[in-house]
Structures are given as C-alpha cells and as structure tokens.
Ligand binder design. Structure first.
Ligand code: DGT
Ligand code: CA
Ligand code: CA
Length: 580
C-alpha cells in the first residue's frame, strides 16, 4: 500500500472517531500521523515491519506503528474497521458530500440514525431535517444539491486510475499466447475526462472457436478481480478491487474493426453513422457493415474500411462525439490533431520550496529527460499558507536558485523563473508588482474562497487579469473532478477578456483537474484565446500526466498551431502576453 492510501485510511479513521465523539486528542493524533505520512519520502510499506523506524516518523507512536504493521500484513486498519462495523461502511459516502463534516454527520446519526446518502435523501424528502437545530432551509437545499452531484459522480473514475488498471490488465493479457489485438475501447479510447467502465476488446487465435473458452477462463482468473459479474464464451465482465468494472469481449479477427467501431462509440456518433449507412443501403452493427438487401458484408475487419465504405475519412476516436466530425470526415476537412510529441515544454511546476516533492534541479533534469526544451518553476505564493507559499523575500531568493539551476543546465534545457500567484478575494495578486516583474512566467490562480457569488467571482478573475504581469490563468474553472464543482463565474466573459489582453488560459493536465477540459477549451479557442498545456507537476513523475491534458486538447479539435508550448523556448516566451 502506498503512503497516500495509508494516509487516507488514517484521515478516514479520524473522521469516524469524530463522528463517534472520541476525545479530540485521539482524533488529532490520527490527523497528524496522516499528514506526516503524506509528506515523508520514506515508503511506509518498506519499513512496516520495523517498529523502530516507523516510530522515527513524526507523529507515529507505538500503537500507530503496530496498527500500520498489521495493515501491511492483513490489508485492514483495525481502528477504522471497528468504527465501520458500528456505523456501516456507507457512512463514508456521507463524508464525501461537499459541505458535510463529521460534526454534521454525528448530529444526523444521533438524532435520525442517518448512516448513508440514501438515508439522508429519504429523510430530507420526509421533511425530517426541518425540525433539527442547525438545519435551515438554505442548508437543506445545499444538501439536496450535494446529493445530486454525488449521484452524478459516483461510479466514474479518474484517468490515472483507469490507465493504471488498463495497463496492468493488458500486461496480464499479453502473457497469454495467441492474442493479436488488445484494445481499450469505450469512453477511455475517446479520451473522456473520466470513465464509467473499461470496455476491452481482444482478438487472435486464442479467441477463435475452440480456444475461446480457455481464454475466457484465463480472463476471469485475473488476480485483481473482486467479483466476476458475467462469464460467457465471448464476454467476461468483472469488478476490480478498485471498484472499476471491466467488460472484456473476445472477438473474431474478421470483424474486429466493426466491434472496435461499435464499442468505441459514442452512442451519439454511432447513431448518426448508422443513419448514414442506411441511406447508402447498408446496416452497421457490432459485427459488420453489410448490405440491407442480402446481408452481404461490405466491411468488418478494420475501422478504416468501414469509414471508407461510408465515404468518410477515418475519424480519430477523440473526436467521436457527434459534434461535427462526421460532416468534416465527409468533406475531408478533419483537423490534424495535436500530439504528445509536439509539446516542447511544461511551464507549471512546484518544488520543495512550497508543496512540491522534488528540488528545482530534479524537476529540470526530469523535464530534460522527457526531451523538453524548456520548463518553468512556478511555486505557490504566501496566501496558500498550507503549502508554505512564498512571500516577496523568499520568492526573490527562490528566483536566484532557479536562475542558478538554469545556468547549471548549460543550455540543455531552459529553466524559466516563475510563480503561481494567488488571486486574492478582490482580484489583487498575492505579491507586489515589482516581484512579479522579475519573473518570466506569472501564472495566476484562485485557490481560496471558492464560494463567492457569481458576480464577485467573475469580477475577481477579470480584475486579476488586468494586472499586466499576469501571463497565464491556471486551471480556470477551479473544478476537481468527482469532488468539487467549477467555480461559479462568467467563464465566457473571462475568456473574452483573456483573448483581448493576451492572457493565456491553461489546460491543466492533472487527472483530478483537467481544467479547462474539452468543451471549455473549444470555447476558449473559438474566442481566440492563447492556450498553454501544463502538468502542474508536484513531483518529477507528474510530467507524465501531460498525456491526459493532450487528450482534452484533441477532444477540443486543437492542432499544433493552437497551443503555445509547441513553440521553441524563445518563441514561446515571445508568444505570451508581452511584459510591461
Ligand atoms: P462510460 O463507460 O460511461 O464512460 O461511457 P462509454 O461510452 O464507454 O459507454 P459504455 O461503456 O456504456 O458503452 C461503450 C460503447 O458501446 C459506447 O460508447 C457505444 C457502444 N454502445 C453501448 N451501448 C450502446 C447502445 O445501446 N447503442 C449504441 N449505438 N451504442 C452502444
Ligand atoms: Ca465504458
Ligand atoms: Ca461498458
């Protein structure tokens, strides 16, 4: 188990203890241990059997150490397990509702025995909360909205989770002889920002007639499976321990293309394609494109043949949302979409000076190792106290260290100076202009007071962009996928002004942000905004997240010329808003 998961278990335990009315000292000890585990670079798993080493980590005492050792051996953390036995595992759902803390849950449990989102919904409908102290009509309205959001989000998964699961399962499949093709289809192949499940298509001799049963059996024996949901000759469905569902289809090679086309979707793209087929006297199914009159097959083996028989260029899966791609494919005007290899730099990264995990030099070396020509160090500013954000004095000292690393890199890669400066309540930037003036890259971002009313939030961001030093607006909507809704503000108005001022908007590639995201990116592009893609790396390994951002750029129909980081270093800087 990685440190992050362990820390999360401890945090949950602290929440449960708080619901349980435990004494505050005990609750705090779990929270402190969780924080400490998050920030140490030592992997707890590695030292779980060494009580002494464990206790050298701040905030970990003797009993915590023994619980962690047991966790490593048994996979369960007993203080948490005991509490879940008392309240039921569904109590954790309540903790995921925005605006819902342990104190409120304790109140709901004590007065109404509410222990799940479902219980809460039923109680609200029955008007049972109306008589409780501390639950005004506004609060109840907010809870209803939170439940709605929760229902929309549950059952979806972030791309880093989906990718890791898809990769691990594909590796397992590759160990089997006689598989020629393994493709993840569905929303994953279309590059959607989250996925509901994984639709995996396989073919080859191992999937033909006599061999299929044994192959299906091999699939169902995948060790990470929590439960098999369906096990047939040509389809196996299962739920992984991460709760992600996987549908595996065993297909004949002769109709692999038809299945790939069908199960990639989207539904809406497929419906329009089928209508087009019918007009030509064909039917399109998961098995083939065939003539209506006699059922004879026109195309089935590859997607290219199918699209071509329909008079269309092959359509990249990232565009298959029925948003004009079929018309463009008919007219041969599909865009040449941007690719990973077009990106020459990443200009949003953090270091140990604030909440990053690596040094300036380590971040620079890692960017160089990826083949980048430039990168920027953009740590947080002081308003974000929990990240140890930089004040003017520390920002200047940091800048010197960044310049020094830039020199040490001897031109192999340019290391730009920068800052991710907080946009304060009224739109002021968190550092004085004369400090910002010294930076190559000033990125502005909202990190606090997310609940300002729409007008105030809009004015706040607009005002921040009027500061002539601000060159990039980071993760503009502030959303966290599956966790936090976007800020309430007039995005079109902000994009209009960004275009006028030359402020670039960011495609943040962190899998929990993906902000802007496909739809808003397309809008930003239509409005003429400059667009920059970044990873917001807090560790050298986070540079890999760029692939998730690229998928969103492609889904927004963007080409190389639409994104500034496809330019070489000098031209990139010159393409940003000019410094005053
Ligand atoms: P997801 O899993 O919610 O992220 O979204 P998808 O798009 O992967 O949806 P899923 O897993 O239900 O189905 C995979 C693909 O199979 C879908 O994109 C299109 C195709 N498909 C599934 N059911 C239908 C259907 O009833 N009609 C049509 N035309 N296509 C379907
Ligand atoms: Ca799917
Ligand atoms: Ca599916």
């Amino acid at each position: 188990m990685d440190n992050r998961s362990i820390a999360q278990l401890l945090e949950e335990t602290a929440d449960l203890l708080e619901i349980d009315g435990a004494d505050s000292f005990r609750i705090r000890s779990y929270r402190r241990a969780a924080e400490s585990i998050q920030s140490t670079t030592i992997s707890l798993s590695d030292i779980a059997h060494d009580a002494r080493q464990l206790q050298e980590i701040p905030a970990i005492g003797k009993s915590m150490a023994s619980n962690i050792e047991a966790l490593e051996d048994t996979g369960t953390f007993s203080p948490r397990k005991e509490l879940l036995e008392k309240y039921g595992a569904t109590i954790l759902e309540l903790l995921k509702l925005p605006g819902m803390g342990p104190k409120t849950i304790a109140l709901l449990w004590d007065s109404l025995h509410i222990a799940s989102v479902q219980d809460l919904e039923t109680a609200i409908k029955a008007g049972k909360l109306d008589n409780l102290p501390r639950f005004g009509p506004k609060h109840i309205e907010n809870l209803k909205k939170a439940i709605e959001d929760y229902r929309q989000h549950t059952g979806r998964f972030l791309l880093n989770v989906a990718d890791a699961e898809a990769e691990a399962f594909s590796a397992y499949l590759r160990r089997l002889d006689g598989l020629k093709q393994i493709t993840v289809a569905g929303s994953w192949r279309r590059g959607r920002e989250t996925v509901g499940d994984l639709d995996i298509l396989i073919s080859g001799p191992a999937c033909e007639e006599d061999n299929a049963a044994a192959t299906a059996k091999y699939v169902a024996a995948y060790p990470a499976i929590a439960s098999v949901l369906a096990h047939g000759q040509n389809k196996v469905s299962f739920r992984l321990r991460s709760n992600l569902q996987v549908d595996v289809r065993l297909l004949p090679e002769s109709s692999y293309g038809a299945a790939l086309q069908y199960f990639t979707g989207s539904k809406s793209h497929n419906v329009t394609l089928r209508q087009r087929a019918l007009k030509k006297g064909y039917t399109l199914s998961e098995y083939a494109l065939a003539r209506v009159k006699d059922g004879s097959v026109v195309a089935a083996r590859t997607e290219e043949e199918i699209y071509s028989a329909l008079g269309l260029d092959w359509i990249p899966p990232h565009l298959r949302e029925n948003l004009g791609e079929i018309e463009a494919a008919a007219k041969h005007t599909l865009p040449h979409l941007i690719e990973l290899k077009d990106i020459h730099g990443d200009v949003h990264a953090h270091t140990t000076a604030t909440d990053g995990r690596c040094s300036i030099r380590e971040m620079a070396e890692a960017a160089l190792a990826r083949g980048y020509q430039y990168m920027a160090i953009t740590d947080h500013s002081k308003n974000l106290a929990m990240t140890n954000g930089l004040d003017a004095r520390r920002a200047r000292a940091h800048l010197k260290r960044i310049r020094k690393v830039d020199e040490e890199m001897e031109g192999r890669i340019r290391v730009f100076t920068g800052i991710e400066v907080d946009i304060l309540a009224g739109g002021e930037l968190d550092l004085p202009d004369d400090v910002l003036a010294e930076m190559d890259i000033v990125i502005g971002a909202v990190h606090t007071l997310f609940n300002q009313p729409r007008k105030q939030m809009t004015d706040r961001i607009l005002r921040a962009m009027e500061n002539p030093y601000l060159r990039i607006l980071a993760h503009p909507t502030g959303r966290l996928l599956l966790r936090r809704e976007p800020l309430d503000f007039d995005l079109p108005a902000v994009l209009d002004r960004a275009a006028e001022l030359g402020v670039a908007v960011e495609q943040n590639s962190s899998p929990e942000r993906l902000d802007l995201g496909d739809v808003n990116l397309r809008l930003a592009h239509e409005k003429g905004c400059k667009i920059v893609i970044n990873t917001d790396a807090h560790h050298t390994t986070h540079y890999d997240n760029i692939q998730y951002g690229i998928r969103q750029l492609r889904r927004a129909w963007l080409t190389r010329k639409d994104v500034l980081n496809t330019l070489p270093a000098k031209k990139f800087l010159a393409a940003l808003r000019p410094k005053p």
